[in-house]
Write a protein that binds this ligand. Structure first.
Ligand SMILES: [Zn+2]
Length: 113
């Protein structure tokens, strides 16, 4: 499952950061995930407990900040909310666009103890 490898990647980073800080475990982790990052939030929540079991992240509070997709039209320069990657510009119908937000997948905050 795609989300499992993402969760394990997060675990990996958290393990490294915790080690660097000479800490034992993570108290709190905040993630920033864009709606265009291709991640199913439900699946991520579902596999999270088993992915973090016996790691520094076990028992940590997890919070996900969802970042709505946003794009700028390449033709009329209109900035619009992008729900799906292949949506066209609502103003001029152009498919030429630059993604401004929504592809994020990062750890925003990590609190260790
Ligand atoms: Zn446009």
């Amino acid at each position: 499952m795609h989300e499992l490898s993402i969760a394990l990647g997060i675990v990996n980073i958290a393990e490294n950061e915790t080690k660097k800080a000479n800490a034992k475990k993570v108290e709190k982790i905040e993630l920033e995930i864009g709606t265009l990052a291709g991640i199913a939030f439900d699946s991520l929540d579902f596999i999270w407990p088993s992915a973090v079991k016996n790691t520094v992240l076990e028992g940590a509070i997890k919070r996900i900040h969802i970042i709505e997709g946003e794009a700028k039209c390449g033709d009329c320069h209109h900035i619009f909310k992008l729900k799906k990657m292949y949506d066209s510009c609502p103003k001029c119908n152009s498919y030429l666009k630059g993604i401004i937000k929504g592809k994020e997948l990062r750890i925003k905050y990590l609190e260790v103890s």
